[in-house]
Design a protein around this ligand. Structure first.
Ligand SMILES: [Zn+2]
Length: 323
């Protein structure tokens, strides 16, 4: 296979059982019965995906470095890895603590060394979930680790999609893995990827663009991302933020209450107010994106609501702060 240095063939990988991992995946699984997609990205880097989820596999000198282990893969992961190499999985890097990206980890035997950010390790100790084993090695801020002969840069950043952000960069391969921040070619999943800090997500886009890489493994959809995909995603966030500001400026809650007298409770009326804002925002934003991204009509309304809510709770994202 091109680019893969065949080292001693071994009996490898051990069994990756379905069991608990498959059960954990149930809520988010997009998987079908078909084999996982395996695609070579660089000399040592491989994309593995099931159409909905994806991850990165690096072929090292004497072992595989797995970045994330989505539980939706189930037993198909073993077959996918064997298409790449017969080497064992010696290292596993977590992009973040979420079940849907790493809860296949507990089924990998023998247990590899697991590396993650300090904040991810803290969360996983709290979760006490056997499907997501606690990291054996942690990174705070920024570190370049040599894994199976490959330098891998791990950078941690502030809250964005979750409580911190982990960027896994493989400088020699032109690869970056950063998960649940952008959805190449697609409207982001609802509520902007279920992210906890949208100003942080904007900052994460700019952090990615400040790094040197060619190919992004983003964790979702059926392909990798390019730098242009990150730029397009940033443009979407800016459009959403500006539109949300326009909707609030055109119709405040007091104006809405005055214009629509009603016996409903203030709670119910606030819900109707937000529904009206989302409707106006979708009408504003949709024409600019319907032919640029897939899935616009599925998740745009939820994403508009998320941005409207962010402006009230965390304040408007700042664009250009890191560029
Ligand atoms: Zn996530």
């Amino acid at each position: 296979m091109p680019g893969v240095t065949a080292v001693t063939r071994r009996t490898v990988l051990g069994g990756i059982a379905a069991g608990a991992a498959a059960a954990a995946a149930a809520a988010h699984a997009v998987a079908g019965p078909q084999p996982l997609t395996v695609r070579q990205l660089s000399e040592r880097g491989w994309f593995v995906g099931d159409g909905g989820y994806n991850n990165l596999v690096l072929v090292g000198d004497h072992g595989l470095v797995l970045c994330d282990a989505p539980p939706s893969y189930g037993t198909r992961l073993t077959a996918a890895l064997r298409q790449i190499s017969d080497l064992p999985v010696t290292h596993l890097l977590y992009s973040h603590e979420h079940v849907d990206h790493i809860a296949g980890a507990g089924a990998i035997t023998p247990r590899p060394e697991i590396i993650a950010s300090e904040a991810t390790a803290v969360q996983l100790r709290r979760r006490a979930d056997p499907a997501r084993p606690v990291p054996t090695r942690t990174v705070r801020n920024h570190e370049v680790v040599t894994l199976q002969g490959m330098p891998v840069e791990i950078v941690t950043g502030p809250p964005a999609h979750c409580i911190d952000t982990t960027y896994i960069r493989v400088p020699g391969e032109g690869l970056l893995m950063a998960v649940d921040l952008i959805y190449p070619g697609w409207m982001p999943y609802k509520n902007l990827g279920d992210s906890i800090d949208l100003p942080g997500v904007v900052e994460a886009h700019e952090t990615m663009l400040a790094m040197d890489w060619r190919t992004l493994v983003a964790g979702h959809v059926d392909r990798t991302g390019t730098r242009e995909d990150v730029e397009v995603s940033l443009e979407l966030y800016r459009d959403l933020a500006e539109s949300a500001q326009r909707q609030y400026a055109a119709l405040s809650f007091p104006q809405y209450l005055a214009a629509t007298p009603s016996p409903l409770t203030s709670w119910e009326r606030h819900e109707l107010y937000e529904t009206e804002l989302v409707k106006r925002m979708v009408a504003d934003v949709r024409p600019r994106w319907i032919n640029r991204l897939k899935g616009v009509d599925t998740y745009l309304a939820d994403n508009c609501w998320a941005m409207l809510e962010t402006l009230v709770v965390q304040g408007a994202p700042k664009f250009g702060a890191r560029r």
